[in-house]
Every structure is written in C-alpha cells, then in structure tokens.
Design a protein. Structure first.
Length: 567
C-alpha cells in the first residue's frame, strides 16, 4: 500500500491515508496535473487558501530504476497564473519513497502569523511543529540547524526569506544526498511563495526505521526490464559530458553558434564564453579541492552535480548548472565563474529561481540601471532582494515586473516567466517549446537543441517540439530526464516496468498516453484560468530582430503554434 499525507494549515491537522487508486499509476508531473484539475479551481488566487501545494514522487519511486526518486512540486503559479510543476532532485523523494509516501497535499492557510514545519519522523508519523524561531532564516542556516539536530539521515525541503516575503520568483530548496546542502531547487514559477503564503517553512523528512516494501505484481518482469534499462544508462553515461563534467559542458555546445544567450538575448556571440566553460570549471575544481560526479540522490548513475569551491578552497556552492552560468554569465556579459558561483549561492540561500533572477539582472543592464558585465553591481542587486529594499522587493516579482518598471523594450518572458538559456532564433524547436508549453518558457519541457536537423531552420521544428514535450511529460513522471535520454533504445520496456509493478498488460500506451493526457490537462487548466492562444507566443523582438550571430529570426508562423497540440 502507498500513502498520501493531507496536511491542512488552517487547523494544523495531518492525516495519513491510503493513496487514491486513481493515482497509483501516476507520479510527478502527471500526478500533479490530474490532482490540480480535480481539486484546485483554476481561477483561484495562487496565494490564497484555494490553492494547494503538492509534493509527490514518481511512478517508479522506491524501485531500483536509476534516478526514479525525483520529486515534483506543483500548484497554481503566482508568476504565470497557470499550472506549475517544478521538478527537483535531492534526497527528499528517496526518503518519501522509503516511507511509502507518494503524495503530500498542503491545503489552507495558517490563521496566525506563525511559521510551521511539517515533520515526518522515522516511525512514519507526521505532524506540524512551530518554527517561529526560523522566521527570516535562509536555507543554508536552516538546513545546517536541522541536520545538526537530527543527523545526516534526513532531508529538508525549505524556503528562505524570499518565500516568506511571497516573492513571485521564490524557489523551494531541497537538500542534496550526503552533503545536506540545500542546493537543489524546485525553482520555476514561484512555488516558494505558495509555500510561504500557507505559513509552511519546511518539510523535514527522516529516514524510516523500517523501509516500506513495494508490492510488485510480477517482480521478475520488473527486474529484468529494470536491469536492461539501468545497463543502457550505465553504458550511455560513460561518454556523457553531464556525467564527466557537469551540465556546464553545454556552454561549449551553445557558445559558438548563437544559441548561448548574450546581453539580454541580443543574439550576439560572446567570444569570452570559454572563461565560464567546462575547461575553466574543471581547472577550478582540480586546483581548489572541489568535486564533480556527485549524485544528488541515492543510486544516480548520471551524477551531474558538483561541489564548487572559492579561491581559498572553501565550499561556495553546489549543483552549479548551465542555466545559472549562461544567464548570470554571458547573458549579463559576465565572464567570471567565481562571481557567478557567488550569485548562485546567494540565490539558493535566499530561495529564488536563478533563471528568473539572472534575466532580471540582464534587464537592469539593458536599461542602464547597472553597467553590462559589472558582477559587483549584479551581486549588489541580488543583495537588495535579500535585504528587502523597495527595488529588491520589486525584483522578487520577476523579470517582467522589473522590465516594465524600467521601461525595457526587450523583456524575455513567456506567460510572465523568464526564458531559459537558449536563444530561440537559433534553436527554433526550443523556441516553440518556450512559447507553447503550459509551464511558460521552460527548457526542461522539450529542448530540441542537438536534434539531427538544422535548429536554425523551420523544417520539422514543431514536430520535434511536440514529440519532445510529450516525452518530457512522461520522463518527469518517472525519472530524471538526463538518465531518460540514455534509455531511448529501451523505451518500450517502460511498459514492462508498469506491468511488473502494477499488473496488467505490458502495453506501451500506458506510458505514451500519460504524456499526451498530461499536456492536454495542463492546457485545460490554463484555459480555465484565463489563458488564450495569445499567451503561446514569444516576445515580439525575437520575431523582429535578427540574431547577429546567424541572421536568423524566430519565423515560426502562428498556425504552427496554434495547432501544435492537435494530436
């Protein structure tokens, strides 16, 4: 039997109940979509009592399938105004799976100004604990305090002062396996503000005294398929730059061809991109005692995480990723890896989305509030969010709010959410994903770069975006997409996993339809929330302005965007 926790902030009750039968073959993004469409009114105030905050594990959580212990966080986004699922690694989902918990539902809003933690102990009991002494405490101090009290066999899921202040760019930070650093972010869409609005500071999850035992319908069938799929991943990662270096290796793939964002998505090249690329990163790790190939969750074969140290050899940040480096780096004309690492650390500690914060800094540079390439001025602006100044509070409302305030004519957002680290004129399939994903501009919803055709051209880009958006939906329902990419030759075997664990026929439609149904459900939620096809568009400047690097514009016509999900 699997369980759900229903936690009501209004009366501070927590009920542990059997998981609904309808949710057994759902997890991650697919579970969040089906839960929200049935239980949350799409027109509700995202920061009001009608919104629910959802934490859930994947379809295969607790099994031997590598990276199957991802966690999804969901709710109505205060940033986009639509549905939001934010996918995150770290240790929390592993411990929830060991507890036999698939789903946590946070309902209502605290009637007082008190802060609370939801604690799941080693006996499987769950309760609220008053946390007023943690008010204003940021994520690193909070995680260190909790780990100091309960030891290493726990996970934290917390907000910093950004979430408490209801910043629309507020993230939820999850502690990494082993280190306990709160450096894995459920970053996009401002779900940290939803958590703060409810008066919830954190989840604290202990390792259970007795691990929950999954009931397999055909364990041999599951194990055979699982071994084949894990072997594919183990073989694939041997030559995977994400495994051997980290996601920063993407800088070398995007820097030379106009895909890397430069100077607020100007479309220019950034000749200094190697200063924030893989070689410099690896040299810094080697000379300072840092490390890569770190798993953020138990059993991960990709191990793309890292521990990055400063010039004195002291820990600075971890989970130092391509998106953060590309957007705080070349997109702000900054070529200082250490400065970017300090920005990453500050964002994780404060609890804000690095993509949203970095695009906000670029807009400030575009309008002349601070100079291009001035890393000190950029850090000063981030510190304004930390200190809660008037402009810092405005920055907490996101890139679009700051851009409008400063009169910026080039604001790189879709559905009010900032674009990730790929210029859509030069990887047009990704641009289509940015425009049409129910999540708002999001690279993890279907990144087409690297496909076997010309990313600058128009041919087959909508087709590629469609197929990849569907694939990412079911990847985000079952595992880390970095491992998923290595399983492509064995994808039909996912049906064997489903049948082996849950019973029934090994029919691949059980997997394939999960992705289609999820996207259509998400779009239905957004339509009921008030979104229209006009929201499925990139900002005008991508259509008007040629990329100086390639001469390309985003020339996908409206009809292709309108019909992309007419399956």
């Amino acid at each position: 039997m699997l369980f759900k926790l229903v936690a009501d902030m209004t009366d501070l009750t927590v009920k542990k109940e059997p998981l609904d039968e309808a949710y057994y073959e759902l997890g991650g993004r697919s579970l969040i979509a089906q839960y929200l469409i049935k239980n949350v009114v799409p027109t509700c105030d995202p920061l009001g009592e009608g919104n629910h905050l959802i934490f859930c594990t994947t379809v295969f959580a607790g099994t031997k399938l590598t990276t199957s212990n991802r966690m999804s966080v969901g709710g109505k986004s205060p940033l986009t105004g639509g549905i939001k699922e934010s996918n995150v690694g770290g240790y929390a989902a592993s411990l929830l799976a060991e507890q036999g918990i698939r789903l946590i539902i946070i309902k209502g809003i605290s009637k007082t100004n008190d802060l609370w933690t939801l604690h799941v102990d080693s006996k499987g009991e769950a309760w609220f604990k008053e946390a007023n002494d943690c008010k204003g405490m940021n994520n690193y101090e909070f995680s260190e305090q909790i780990h100091g009290k309960y030891g290493s066999k726990i996970a934290t899921v917390s907000i910093g002062c950004a979430g408490e202040r209801l910043y629309k760019n507020a993230s939820i930070q999850v502690s990494e396996f082993r280190s306990g650093h709160p450096s894995r972010a459920a970053a996009r869409g401002g779900l940290g503000a939803v958590m703060g609005s409810k008066g919830l500071k954190a989840l604290v999850i202990e390792k259970p005294d007795e691990r929950h035992q999954l009931k397999y319908q055909n364990e041999n069938q599951f194990n055979e398929a699982c071994k084949t799929l894990n072997d594919l991943v183990a073989k694939g990662v041997q030559n995977d730059p994400f495994h051997n270096i980290g996601t920063i290796a993407t800088i070398e793939a995007t820097g030379a061809n106009g895909i890397l964002p430069v100077d607020n998505f100007s479309g220019k090249l950034f000749p200094e991109y190697r200063k924030v690329g893989a070689n410099q990163f690896m040299e810094n790790l080697s000379s300072r005692g840092g490390k890569n190939k770190i798993p953020c969750q138990p059993g991960c074969m990709v191990r793309c995480s890292n521990s990055y140290h400063d010039e004195d050899g002291k820990y600075l940040t971890s989970g130092f990723e391509y998106e953060t480096i590309a957007l705080f780096g070349p997109n702000c004309h900054i070529a200082d890896l250490d400065a970017i690492a300090r920005m990453d650390r500050l964002c994780d500690d404060l609890g804000v989305d690095t993509i949203e914060a970095a695009n906000t800094i670029a807009v400030c540079m575009e309008t002349g509030k601070i100079p291009w390439g001035d890393s000190k001025a950029a850090l000063d602006l981030l510190n304004e969010m930390l200190e809660g100044t008037d402009f810092g509070n405005l920055m907490g409302q996101g890139c679009e709010a700051v851009g409008n305030h400063l009169g910026c004519k080039r604001i790189p957002v879709v559905k009010h959410q900032s674009i990730a680290g790929y210029d859509p004129r030069n990887t047009k399939g990704t641009g289509i994903t940015y425009a049409t994903s129910p999540m708002g501009a999001d690279h993890t919803a279907g990144l087409t770069m690297g496909r076997a055709f010309d990313d600058c051209g128009r041919t087959a880009q909508a087709y590629a975006s469609n197929k990849l958006q569907v694939a990412m939906c079911f990847a985000d329902s079952m595992m880390c997409l970095f491992a998923f990419t290595h399983m492509v030759p064995g994808i039909p075997l996912l049906a064997n996993l489903m049948a082996g664990l849950y019973g029934g026929e090994a029919d691949f439609n059980r997997i394939a339809t999960m992705g289609v149904k999820t996207i259509l459900t998400e779009r239905a939620f957004n339509q009921q929330a008030g979104m229209t096809i006009k929201d499925d568009r990139l900002p005008d400047f991508f259509y008007r302005e040629k990329s100086p690097a390639t001469g390309a514009k985003f020339d996908i016509d409206d009809h292709e965007l309108n019909v992309i999900f007419d399956f």
